[in-house]
Design a protein around this ligand. Sequence first.
Ligand SMILES: Cc1ncc(COP(=O)(O)O)c(C=O)c1O
Length: 376
Amino acid sequence: MLDLVAEHAPYRAELVAAFERVLDSGRFVLGPEVEAFEQEIGKWIGVPHAVGVSNGSDALLLALQAVGVGPGDEVICPTFTFFATAGAVARLGGVAVFVDSAECCYNLRTDQVAAKIGPKTKAIIAVHLFGQCADMDPILAAAKKRNIPVIEDAAQALGAKDKGRMAGTMGTLGCFSFFPTKNLGTLGEGGLVTTKDPDLAEKVRKLRVHGAKVKYFHEMIGGNFRLHELQAAFLRVKLRHLDPALKKRRENAVRLIRKLQDKWKAVFPANHCVCEGEDSEKQTADSVLLPFACQAGDGGHTWNQFVVRIQGQGKRDSHRTRLAAEGIQSEVYYPRSMHEQACFVRPKTSGEFPMAEKLAAEALALPLSLDPQAVS
Ligand SMILES: Cc1ncc(COP(=O)(O)O)c(C=O)c1O
C-alpha cells in the first residue's frame, strides 16, 4: 500500500546525516534530539506542550492516566477504530463505552457521545479517523457541561483541522502515532502527547519515565514510554518535508475521487456532515461510496487512509480479489469493530452499532498513490 523506500529516497541523505549525528553523539534515549523534536512539532501543531513518547498506543495510555482514568471508570469512544483506542482504556482497568460511527466521515456520532455521558464517565476519546477530525464542537460542549476531559486520538490525523483548529489542540490532550504508515512516520516506533495544560504535560513527562521527575524518586507509577533519539532525529528530517507531502496527498485524493466517480460510478455517502446522527439521504444500496470530507475546502482532511465502501453482500471482498488480480493492493481498516472483539464483547451488543457493522463489512482502503489510470 505504501512504498516507504521510494518516499524516503528524495531525502535519504538527510536521514543518513541524522543517523550519523546520533551515532556520534553517544546519546540514544530522551536527549537533545527528542527535546528539539518536541519544540519543532509543538510549533508546527501550534500547541505549547508536546511530549515525545514510545508510540501512539502508549500516548493514549499516558493521556488517560494523566486525567486519572482508573479501574471501573467509563471512557466514551467509537467502536469503529483501531484497537489501541479502547485497548488503552482497558489497560488501566477502565470500561470503554462505545458509540457508533457517522454516515458521512465514519467518525464518532456526536449525539451518542452526549447521550452516553453518565455518572461514571471519566473521559471521552474522540478519534480522528483516516486523517479527518471528528466534529469536535458538540463533543467539547457535552464534555464541558460535566467537566469531563476530552482526549483526541489523532494518531491518523497529524495536520488535520476542524474549523481551522489543528488536531491535538482542541481537547484536553492530543495523542499521535509516528508508526511508519502514518503521514509523519518514524523508521520504527514513536508517539506524542500534546496539551495546553502545563500540569498535565509535566505529569505525562513523569509517567513517561516511571513516574519520576528526579531519577529514582518515584511520585507515581508510570512506565518506560521513552522516545529514542534516533527516531526523533528522523522525525525532525521528515517534519521538514511534511507540508509538501500533505499537499500531494490532498491532490492525489482529489484525482482518485474523480477517477472513481467516472470508472466505478462511485458516489459520496452524504451531501453534508451528518456527524450529529442525522440520516444521510444519499445512500444508494449497492453503489461504491467515496470518502466524504466533512471539512471540504478547509484543508481539513490529511488522507492518511483513502477508504471507500463497497456496498452489497460480500462485494467488498470480491472487489478486493479482483483488484489484487490487477496488481492493486488494498487493505481492510477494520474488519471488526471493538464491540465485537473477543476481549471486549458483552452480551447483546451486536446490532447496537449498525453503521460500524456496515463499515466492517464494506470499508476498503485503496493506496492513495494509486495511479488513476490503473483503475478499470
Ligand atoms: C486511531 C489509532 N489510535 C492509536 C494508534 C496506535 O498507534 P501506535 O501504532 O503508534 O501504537 C493507531 C495506530 O495505528 C491508530 O490508528
